[in-house]
Design a protein around this ligand. Structure first.
Ligand SMILES: Cc1cc2nc3c(=O)[nH]c(=O)nc-3n(C[C@H](O)[C@H](O)[C@H](O)COP(=O)(O)OP(=O)(O)OC[C@H]3O[C@@H](n4cnc5c(N)ncnc54)[C@H](O)[C@@H]3O)c2cc1C
Length: 376
C-alpha cells in the first residue's frame, strides 16, 4: 500500500484563503475555539458557511450541492478545525448523512433532504451503537416490525451525539431474524427525533458538557418512504457509511488549537522543550499528508478503506499522545473553567475528553483489524 505525497494546488489554496477570510469576518471577537469536531452547535454559523457553498460541497448541484471534490472539502474542513469553528450543527449531515442518502437513498429522499443539508439547516445524528452493540455492531437489537404503510420500531440507542438538538437520526435496526448470518436482516431508517415514542436521556460527558444521549424508541412509527436503501441490506450500507467518517482532518486535529495556543502563548515552555514540540508538529504534518492522500484517492475514484482506517488509528493515537506530552510538560493544575488562559482550559478539556478520541467512529482495535484484513 502506498501513500503518495500530494501538494495543494493553486485553486485549492485560493479556496483556503477565502475560507480564512470568511472565518475572520464571521467568528465573533470573543469566539472560544473548540477541540476539533466537538465544537459548538451554532445554526447561524452553519447557515452562513452553507451560503458560501461550503456545506454539502461534494453533493451534486441538482440536489443543492456544489459538485466539488473530496480535496476541496479537506481544505475547508482543515480551516474550520484549525480555527476551532462552531461546526457542530451541520457536521454529521455534511460528513456522512449527505453522502449516504446520495448513494443509497431514494430519489424522493435525495430531493427532500440533500438541499436542506447543503443549506446547513437539516441536522442529523448517528443511531448505530446500543448498550450491547458497539464494536460488534451486528448485535443490534433495535427491532422494526411491519405496520400499516411503514415500520414500528422499538429499542434503545446509546452514545447518540447531538440527538437532543438535531432533527433526525439514521438508525441501524433488525427488520428480520437471521439465524445463520447476523449481517443479514438489518436495515437503515431515517427517524425524526421529534417523533412520538422517542425519549432522549442525556449522558453527561466527563467535562460536564452535554454531548451525547441515550435514545429510547417505543413503538415509533417510521413511514416506508424513510427506509434508506434496501430492507435487509443495512449492513453493507452502514459499513460504507463508516468509511465516510474515518480519514478526514477531524481525526488528527482535535488537538490543533491546543498546540497552537501553546506555540503562540507559552514561548518559554516551547523553547525549553523544542524537541518535544518539534516531534508533535512533524507528526501532525505527516498525518496531514496521509489524510490528504485519502482525499486525493477518493477524487480519483478509488475506495481507500484500508488507508482511511490507518489514518484514523494513527491520527487519534497522535491526538491522545499530544495531550499526554503536554500534561507532562505543564507542572501546574489546569481547569476547564479558566477563562483567562485558553491553553490551560483547552488542556483541561482535552485531558478529560481524550479517552474518547480513539473510541468514537470505531475503536482503534477494530480499525487495526480492518487494516489487517485489507492488507492480507
Ligand atoms: C465521543 C463519542 C461519540 C459517539 N457518538 C456516537 C454516535 O453519535 N452514534 C453512535 O451510534 N455511536 C456513537 N459513539 C459510540 C462508539 O461508536 C462506540 O463507543 C464504539 O463503537 C465502541 O463501542 P463500545 O463503546 O460498545 O465498546 P466495546 O465494543 O464494548 O469495546 C470495548 C473495548 O473492547 C475492545 N474490543 C471490542 N471488540 C474487539 C475485538 N473484536 N478485538 C479487539 N478488541 C476489541 C474495543 O476496542 C474497546 O477497547 C460515540 C462514542 C464516543 C466516545
Amino acid at each position: 500500500m502506498i501513500f503518495t505525497p500530494n501538494a495543494i494546488r493553486a485553486d485549492e489554496d485560493r479556496l483556503r484563503r477565502e475560507v480564512r477570510e470568511f472565518l475572520k469576518s464571521e467568528l465573533p471577537a470573543d469566539h472560544s475555539p473548540g477541540l476539533g469536531m466537538s465544537a459548538d452547535h451554532d445554526p447561524a454559523f452553519s447557515a452562513a458557511l452553507a451560503a458560501r457553498g461550503w456545506v454539502g460541497m461534494a453533493l451534486p448541484s441538482r440536489y443543492g450541492g456544489h459538485d466539488r471534490g473530496a480535496v476541496d472539502r479537506f481544505v475547508v474542513v482543515e480551516e474550520l478545525l484549525s480555527a476551532g469553528a462552531p461546526i457542530g450543527a451541520h457536521w454529521i449531515a455534511d460528513r456522512q448523512t449527505g453522502p449516504l442518502i446520495l448513494r443509497f437513498g431514494t430519489e424522493d429522499q435525495r430531493q427532500r433532504f440533500l438541499p436542506e443539508i447543503a443549506a446547513g439547516k437539516c441536522w442529523f445524528s448517528i443511531g448505530m451503537s446500543e448498550p450491547d452493540a458497539g464494536s460488534d455492531l451486528a448485535a443490534v437489537r433495535t427491532r422494526a416490525e411491519r405496520g400499516d404503510g411503514g415500520w414500528i420500531v422499538n429499542g434503545t440507542k446509546v452514545w447518540t451525539s447531538g440527538a437532543h438538538i438535531n432533527h433526525y437520526f439514521i438508525i441501524l435496526c433488525r427488520t428480520s431474524a437471521s439465524e445463520d448470518d447476523r449481517h443479514h436482516g438489518l436495515s437503515q431508517m431515517i427517524v425524526d427525533l421529534g417523533s412520538s415514542g422517542i425519549t432522549i436521556n442525556p449522558i453527561p460527558f466527563l467535562d460536564g458538557s452535554h454531548h451525547f444521549n441515550e435514545v429510547v424508541l417505543e413503538d415509533v412509527f417510521v413511514p416506508d418512504e424513510l427506509v434508506v436503501g434496501e430492507v435487509g441490506h443495512g449492513w453493507t450500507q452502514v459499513t460504507s457509511e463508516l468509511a465516510y467518517e474515518r480519514a478526514g482532518p477531524d481525526r488528527y486535529m482535535s488537538v490543533f488549537q491546543l498546540l497552537q495556543q501553546a506555540l503562540s502563548h507559552r514561548p518559554e515552555l516551547v523553547a525549553e522543550h523544542a524537541a518535544a514540540f518539534g516531534r508533535l508538529v512533524a507528526r501532525m504534518a505527516t498525518l496531514r499528508q496521509a489524510s490528504l492522500g485519502v482525499a486525493v484517492a477518493i477524487d480519483d475514484g478509488e475506495a481507500p478503506a484500508v488507508q482511511a482506517a490507518m489514518v484514523k488509528d494513527l491520527g487519534t493515537t497522535f491526538e491522545q499522545e499530544t495531550v499526554a506530552v503536554l500534561r507532562d510538560l505543564i507542572d501546574e493544575p489546569v481547569s476547564v473553567d479558566d477563562h483567562r488562559d485558553l491553553f490551560a482550559s483547552l488542556l483541561a478539556r482535552a485531558t478529560l475528553t481524550a479517552p474518547s478520541f480513539t473510541l468514537r467512529g470505531g475503536t482503534n482495535e477494530i480499525l487495526r483489524s480492518v487494516a489487517f484484513k485489507g492488507l492480507k
